[in-house]
Design a protein around this ligand. Structure first.
Ligand code: ADP
Ligand code: MG
Length: 276
């Protein structure tokens, strides 16, 4: 295998005299966790929303930050149409299903495409992390956009991120992007909590499991990069239906088999961070 160019660590760059921006925690929360994947359409927003709701169900205080400036989906997934209030200085998050939420989609017409340059994206992320009245939260779950661009960089360099979960589908093309995402977080010293295989299989009426998008590729990638494999979520049409109706599956039916999977993920995270 060709040898990769060695990357500079933060410490090395600091030694060389280049000032690194300070990393600040988001005020109002104990922990900030990113849901990422590098690829679009793999179920990040679905995962972020249901995980946030699952954490709430097990007693945590949760915020949901939609960091997808170009394609926000939290307003639709949670059925939020109101605009956040502002005192001229800070924005109040919108509370839905007992979760504090913020999205660029609350502030703009959702059908108008966002034609923003990088610095504007960075400034929107700064607003959402510094100028929102997040209050008394255990966790802020950040729904990241696809890619390894300005949003990921701003978060990783300026915000104290407590962890990232990488969601992927099992196709090779999705995993190529995932590998880039893993390297980016590693380089930026953000701890990867693990990988999740979303849409891993479809269970037919015959009870057979059809691995439509591939086999154990996500697990193999986790092993390759020595990351934890957190588990899988099958394809289930109810997941999409509930998301489209503004009431995600964990909220609509917490006894559903998919909801139970999310609640298990949430329990893992809660015990990891809150030592319970
Ligand atoms: N486990 C699943 N089963 C069925 N549909 C799913 C599942 N996970 C996600 N989806 C659907 O896939 C589509 C893309 O999901 P989304 O969360 O918007 O992806 P991303 O944020 O990565 O672009 C949505 O229509 C969503 O409802
Ligand atoms: Mg999304």
């Amino acid at each position: 295998m060709p040898k990769e160019k060695p990357e500079l660590s933060d410490a090395m760059r600091a030694k060389m005299g280049r000032k690194l921006p300070d990393k600040n925690p988001i005020k109002g929360t104990k922990f900030t966790i990113a849901i990422s994947s590098a690829k679009g359409g793999v179920g990040k927003s679905t995962f972020a929303t249901n995980l946030a709701l699952a954490l709430k169900k097990i007693g945590c205080r949760v915020g949901l930050l939609d960091a997808d400036i170009y394609g926000p989906s939290i307003p639709k997934m949670l059925g939020i149409e109101e605009k956040p209030k502002s005192d001229g200085q800070k924005l109040d998050p919108i509370i839905k299903y007992d979760i504090q939420c913020m999205s660029i989609g609350f502030l703009t017409d959702q059908q108008t495409p966002m034609i923003w340059r990088g610095p504007m994206v960075t400034s929107a992320i700064r607003t959402f992390t510094q100028k929102v009245n997040w209050k008394d939260l255990d966790f802020i779950i950040v729904d990241m956009p696809p890619g390894t661009g300005d949003t990921q960089l701003t978060f990783s360099q300026e915000i104290k991120m407590d962890g990232a979960i990488i969601v992927s589908t099992p196709q090779e093309v999705a995993l190529l992007d995932v590998k880039r995402g893993i390297k980016m977080f590693d380089k930026l010293n953000v701890k990867i909590l693990g990988l999740v295989n979303n849409m891993s299989y479809f269970e037919g009426d015959d009870g057979k499991k059809y691995k439509i998008f591939g086999d154990d590729n996500v697990k193999k990638t986790a092993e390759e990069f020595q990351k934890e494999f957190l588990g899988e979520i099958p394809i289930n049409p109810e997941v999409g239906k509930n998301g489209d109706q503004g009431k995600p599956i964990v909220e609509a039916n917490s006894d559903h088999e998919i909801s139970k999977i999310y609640i298990n993920f949430a329990k893992k995270i809660k015990s990891n961070y809150l030592n319970l």
